[in-house]
Each structure stands twice: as structure tokens, then as C-alpha cells.
Design a protein around this ligand. Structure first.
Ligand SMILES: [Mg+2]
Length: 263
């Protein structure tokens, strides 16, 4: 289903080829809601011992409901999300994840699944030289490898995310910098620049924090509602200008953009 707010077209009709940028989440936005996330690609990959899967799944089963629970206080969720990421990084350290594992993961067919139309979306934005910022609480190294393998690592793309830090033997020693998680994206938000408008795309309510300094009316907010989160449809429809369900394709967005700025 596609739900557009009444004023959706009034908002996008202001866009011209050089007056906006795209700010997008990565996991479950650029990929489908049933795809492995960048933090999840190592599950059942047979690269780390089974005990890793067990411990990683226990973390997921404990923390994912907290991430989705919008009755919890944000401050409580913030701490939980940071703990989740930290514990996962600790697991990778415990099982001596190393740089060579990255190629092994991404040689597995369909280890992550592009949302339909996502490649064409990147192609279109590159062709039109539209700035794209990905702001992801996932793993930047994996995003880059995935996009590179799919010939989508275009020059117009900037990726702000968690990057893994390796020692001189290529073994993980932690993250470079502080943890970026789904609820502290506002601290890493893309600041207002010479672009007057933003097309923001995400799959969580907290993704609206990915930009700062913009008038509400100048941010066109689009969401792909994940399968495991359909009970938040009403909240999504309140917050986002367009909500796409059932793993809808990026072609909806591309077509809307083409209508206003041409092909
Ligand atoms: Mg996401």
C-alpha cells in the first residue's frame, strides 16, 4: 500500500534538480525488511562458531523489541541501543572477527537483499548528480562492500555509519569513534547546507532525526514500514509524508521525483 499525505504533492513540487539532497537510512530501507541487516549478516553464515549465532540471536531477541517499543522512554531506549551495539562488537572481538571475513560474507549469494528499485534509484540520483547521504546505525564497512559489489558505490554518495577498527593483523579491536545507533542519529544528523530541501527516507520513526536545521515543510519524509512493525502504521502515517508498506519498490519514489524534476 502507498499512503500519501494530502499535502505530499504540494511539498515535492518545490523540488528542482539542484535544490535538494537525499538523506537515507540503510538497513531495511535500501534493503528489504526481511533482508539480513548489516549487523545480522554474520548470523548463520558459517564464518564464526555456532556459539556466536546463539549469543548474537539472544541479543537480538532481547533488544529488537525494545527498539520497536514506542511506549518506552527514549532515554531508556538510547541506553539499550548503545548496549546492544557494544555487546555485539564485544562478541565480534571474542570470536576474532577479521578483515578477511568481510569478503567471505559477501561472497555468499544474496547475503543482503536490495529493496526492489533501489539500484535504479541510486543510478537515477547519480545520473542527475543529486547528493545522497546515507546515515546508518549499521556497519559502514559492510554497506560499502555491498554497494561496491553491486556497482552502486557512486561518487555522489556519502556514508556516515559505524566503521570497524582492525589491528595490524586485521583482527577487530572495536569501532572507529563512538557508536551510532538508531536512536542517537540526531547527534550525527546531516546539517543544513546549500540545498533548500531534503528527501528523507527511512524505516523507523527515529529516522526523522537524520537531518537538522531544516524547516519541517522543507523535508519530505518517506518511510518503508517493515513487516515486523505493521502495528505502527498509524504513527508512521502521522510522522511521514508518504508511507510504503509490503516491501514496496523504490520505483514509487523515483517516479514521483521524475514527475517533478524530469528524467
Ligand atoms: Mg533501518
Amino acid at each position: 500500500m502507498i499512503y500519501r499525505k494530502d499535502n505530499y504533492y504540494d511539498k515535492i513540487k518545490n523540488l528542482t534538480i539542484d535544490n535538494f539532497m537525499v538523506v537515507s537510512d540503510f538497513d531495511r530501507t535500501i534493503t528489504t525488511s526481511t533482508s539480513h541487516t548489516t549487523w545480522g549478516v554474520l548470523s548463520n553464515a558459517g564464518i564464526l562458531p555456532d556459539q556466536y549465532d546463539f549469543e548474537r540471536n539472544s541479543l537480538y531477541n532481547y533488544y529488537r523489541p525494545i527498539e520497536l517499543n514506542d511506549t518506552l522512554d527514549d532515554s531508556v531506549k538510547m541506553v539499550a541501543m548503545a548496549d546492544w551495539h557494544q555487546k555485539h562488537v564485544d562478541l565480534l572481538k571474542k570470536y576474532r572477527f577479521n578483515q578477511r571475513h568481510i569478503d567471505q560474507i559477501f561472497s555468499i549469494p544474496d547475503v543482503m537483499s536490495f529493496r526492489p528499485g533501489a539500484k535504479e534509484f541510486f543510478e537515477y540520483l547519480d545520473k542527475e548528480k543529486i547528493e545522497v547521504n546515507i546515515l546508518s546505525a549499521g556497519v559502514g564497512d559492510f554497506i560499502i562492500t555491498f554497494l561496491e559489489n553491486n556497482n552502486c558505490l557512486y561518487d555522489n554518495l556519502k556514508i556516515r555509519s559505524n566503521y570497524l577498527n582492525f589491528d595490524r593483523h586485521g583482527v577487530i579491536i572495536g569501532l572507529k569513534g563512538d557508536i551510532l545507533h538508531s536512536l542517537n542519529k540526531s547527534s550525527y544528523a546531516i546539517k543544513k547546507n546549500d540545498k533548500k530541501y531534503v528527501v528523507l527516507i527511512g524505516d523507523q520513526l527515529s529516522d526523522v532525526m537524520m537531518v537538522s536545521g531544516y524547516y519541517v515543510d522543507n523535508v519530505i519524509k518517506i518511510a518503508f514500514l517493515p513487516h515486523d512493525n505493521v502495528n505502527q502504521l498509524e504513527s508512521f502515517r502521522d510522522v511521514f509524508d508518504m508511507v510504503l508498506t509490503d516491501d514496496e519498490s523504490f520505483s514509487v519514489i523515483v517516479n514521483d521525483l521524475k514527475q517533478v524534476i524530469g528524467s
